[in-house]
Ligand binder design. Structure first.
Ligand code: HEM
Length: 487
């Protein structure tokens, strides 16, 4: 048991069971909703004991705000990886790396070659090409009157973009490589609850020599390794002096360079690839699916989106990413979709040092879980928190940069601070253009009157219980150009 420090206690906690502590509360049904319910009883900052290890939970916008404003550096760790040698959340990974030299080095490469504003500008052509392919695939299904699984199409779109941006080519559709990578991403996402649990329990269980879910995690890691080793070898073979160096080239070169600022291995490169494709493609898939479901259930939103796209883009060309800045309602719709259905419903950090928050003591090395779902439905911060209202993000009352920063600390689908998501700009582009194309070019028919918004149980990445499957109808007769172009 953790002793109070200088009269300060841990945050409140429900009654606990012998040995397992509050384990049962964490594993029941929908974790983010159970935790949200607990917070209405025990407050926005409470703790649960997993066996004898305390884990702190944050459920309100104001506590999250305080943590990211006052204690950001202290909570810039993610805890120890459950299985060191795994390419998925192992000790070579970027996601799991402690905040320090390696993390800073990799972040610099990532921003310069992949996700920073200049890198995004350079890779615009890749996304334009994939956007046309995405539209063509939907159009083909509409013409054949086949049903479309929105999530599957979006996954392909996002995955192709991210792979091409990292390594100069998308995964190969012909030899099954692309399908294998997409399946591995989906399998990894399905494992996130196990990984989360393994991470929480690792301290008490490691002492007993037990590593939870080792078989499942290592099986995904081995299969990723097979695909990635082949890709790396191919990358090394094709090396010529003419093409622009992509992120993979830069990292392979660093790997060979004995004088590099940071010595990295092939496992570091593979783990980074795994982190990026998982972090980028499945999240975009779920965000698009949930947002489209909300749009279908809210015809007034659809109408307004159509009007905006019609007046800014017109009907003679496909919406493109440079249009997004002139489509505030589309941007607001994507933001609202992410607020109500954040793909990362919970994210975990860990304290470097003991600290005091709201009069409670958080000891060093203590896991802290932010309930993003609860924070973004906090009634003290959001009016009608459970309603889908994109207009709340229009003309947000900002009187200056501080207001904007304060708002950003409460709107956290991408986390916050230095460990916040470095791919948020790319994500807004991928999700925004996908939704833009679907709204601009198609009408949808679903089997029921409304899309069922039920969530899949025990999913840490917010997933719809039933895939969103629609029949696409070619949108208004006057958009013939869009129909014709992609035949
Ligand atoms: C809708 C799409 C996305 C959502 C909702 C999302 C959400 C998140 C969240 C909640 C975190 C944890 C943040 C924290 O601890 O504060 C995160 C981290 C991360 N995301 Fe994203 N993300 C998305 C897309 C992307 C994309 C497109 C990429 C890159 C291709 C990406 C790369 C990463 C990486 C590398 C991290 C780890 C950052 C670190 O540990 O320093 N994400 N993301």
């Amino acid at each position: 048991m953790i002793k109070p420090k200088d009269g300060f206690e841990l945050p409140p906690s429900p009654p606990t069971l012998p040995i397992i502590g509050h384990l049962h509360l964490l594993l029941s049904g929908s974790t983010h909703k159970s935790l949200q319910k607990l917070s209405s009883r025990y407050g926005p900052l409470f703790h649960l004991n997993i066996f004898s290890v305390p884990v702190i939970f944050v459920s309100s916008a104001s506590v999250a705000y305080e943590i990211f404003r006052e204690h950001e550096v202290n909570f810039s760790l993610r805890g120890t990886p459950p299985i060191d040698e795994s390419l998925l959340v192992g000790s070579f990974g970027f996601f799991t790396a402690p905040y320090g030299g390696y993390w800073k080095f990799m972040k610099k490469q990532m921003v310069t070659k992949l996700l920073g504003p200049q890198a995004l500008e350079r890779s615009r052509g890749i996304r334009g090409y994939e956007r046309e392919g995405f539209h063509a695939s939907l159009l083909d299904k509409a013409v054949k009157n086949e049903s479309v699984e929105i999530g599957k199409e979006e996954m392909k779109f996002a995955n192709n973009i991210i792979c091409k941006m990292i390594m100069g080519r998308s995964c190969n559709e012909e030899n099954g490589e692309a399908e294998r990578v997409r399946d591995l991403v989906a399998e990894s996402t399905a494992l996130t609850m196990m990984i989360f649990v393994a991470n929480m329990f690792q301290r008490p269980l490691k002492k007993l020599g037990i590593t939870l879910f080792r078989k499942e995690i290592m099986s995904v890691s081995h299969r990723f390794n097979e695909v990635l080793e082949r890709i790396l070898e191919e990358h090394e073979r094709k090396k010529d002096n003419y093409h622009d160096m992509d992120l993979m080239d830069v990292l392979l070169e660093t790997c060979r360079d004995e004088t590099a600022e940071y010595r990295i291995t092939r496992n570091h490169i593979k783990s980074l690839f795994v982190d990026l494709v998982i972090a980028g493609s499945d999240t975009s898939r779920h965000a698009t699916q949930w947002t489209m479901a909300e749009i279908i259930n809210n015809p007034n939103v659809l109408e307004r989106l159509r009007e905006e796209i019609g007046s800014v883009v017109g009907k003679t060309r496909l919406v493109q990413e440079s249009d997004l800045q002139n489509l505030p309602y589309l941007q607001a719709t994507v933001k609202e979709g992410l607020r109500l259905h954040p793909p990362g419903a919970l994210f975990a950090r860990s304290s470097r040092e003991g600290c005091k928050i709201r009069g409670f003591y958080i000891p060093e090395n203590t896991p802290l879980v932010v309930n993003v779902y609860a924070v973004m439905r906090d009634p003290d911060t959001w009016e009608d928190p459970n309603e889908f209202k994109p207009e709340r993000f229009l003309g947000f009352p900002c009187s200056g940069q501080q207001d904007e920063r304060d708002h950003a600390l409460k709107y956290i689908p991408f986390g916050s601070g230095r460990r916040g998501c470095p791919g948020s700009n790319l994500a807004y582009i991928i999700v925004g253009t996908a939704i833009g194309v679907m709204v601009q070019c198609f009408d949808w028919k679903i089997k029921a009157d409304e899309v069922d918004m039920e969530e899949a149980p025990r999913a840490l990445v917010l997933t719809m219980a039933d895939h969103l499957s629609v029949f696409l109808l070619l949108a208004p007769a006057d958009s013939k150009f869009l129909t014709w172009r992609c035949h």
